[in-house]
Design a protein around this ligand. Structure first.
Ligand code: NAI
Length: 244
């Protein structure tokens, strides 16, 4: 029987690459995103091509009930959930002095609470199964901090704390929880940055290239398979050597 993965934010960028890579590894998928219905089509076509069965959930993952119904429906349809990738994330960058309450709350709601919402509901299923792998997509700025991203870096640091606490709670029943901290990855999220900012970033990357969504997807593939069966509670930095 094929294993089953839930991937949030699967319509583009890193989440899309993760969904496609997991389908290549032979998993069936629940694909979450939040946008226009047609946004998910590219992902759907690719996972179908690899022979995966899939469900689509277009909803805001920061709403507790949305996560609850997605996990319930996925379990009902496939009978099991083996992998959860909390990837959905947003930025609302601003300097602390200018940051509005809404900018802070919305980023924490999607990036941190969204992950909690899915983790909470999936953990019950995985504990019963006595197996499962969860990967939270954090960020290097959750480790280093970043001027202009107090909300975002706080949400990602929180996600790292959530990862380690969940890893400690779930380990005795064979459920592993790890985080990936990407550096600068070329997606719609980073496209909006100015050329000056981008060039500044590149000069700080020892491997001398920006990351691709596939670089993160391959690390996720490692963390959800038997290849990493003795690894839990860790933060894998995938950033071309930028933070070390
Ligand atoms: P993106 O902006 O290209 O894609 C974001 C995805 O999240 C989309 O599928 C979107 O529909 C979904 N999403 C947004 N709000 C949502 C909500 N409320 N509920 C459900 N889904 C929602 O972003 P990208 O660059 O692919 O980033 C993916 C993850 O990787 C994010 O968590 C981001 O913080 C993290 N990351 C990205 C880096 C980069 O350089 N691009 C660096 C470090 C971390």
């Amino acid at each position: 029987m094929k294993k089953v993965a839930v991937v949030t934010g699967a319509s583009r960028g890193i989440g899309q690459a993760i969904a496609i890579h997991l389908s290549r590894l032979g998993l069936n998928l629940a694909l979450n995103f939040y946008g226009k219905d047609e946004d998910i089509l590219e992902t759907v076509v690719a996972v179908k091509e690899h022979g995966s069965e899939y469900l689509v959930f277009n909803n805001d993952i920061s709403i507790f009930e949305n996560a609850e119904s997605m996990i319930k429906e996925t379990k009902k349809h496939f009978g099991q959930i083996d992998v959860l990738v909390n990837n959905a994330g947003i930025t609302r960058d601003n300097l602390l002095m200018r940051m509005s309450e809404e900018e802070f709350d919305s980023v924490v709601a999607v990036n941190l609470k969204g992950a909690f919402n899915c983790l909470k509901h999936v953990s019950r299923i995985m504990l019963k199964q006595r197996s499962g792998a969860i990967v939270n997509i954090a960020s290097v700025v959750g480790i280093t901090g970043n001027a202009g991203q107090a909300n975002y870096s706080a949400s990602k640091a929180g996600l790292i704390g959530l990862t380690k606490s969940a890893a400690k709670e779930l380990a005795s029943r064979g459920v592993r929880v790890n985080a990936i901290a990407p550096g600068f990855i070329e997606t719609a999220m980073t496209e909006v940055l100015s050329e000056t900012v981008k060039e500044g970033m590149l000069s700080n990357i020892p491997l001398k290239r920006y990351g691709k969504p596939e670089d993160i997807a391959k690390a996720v593939g490692f963390l959800v398979t038997e290849e990493s069966s003795y690894i839990t509670g860790q933060v894998l930095v995938v950033d071309g050597g930028m933070v070390m």
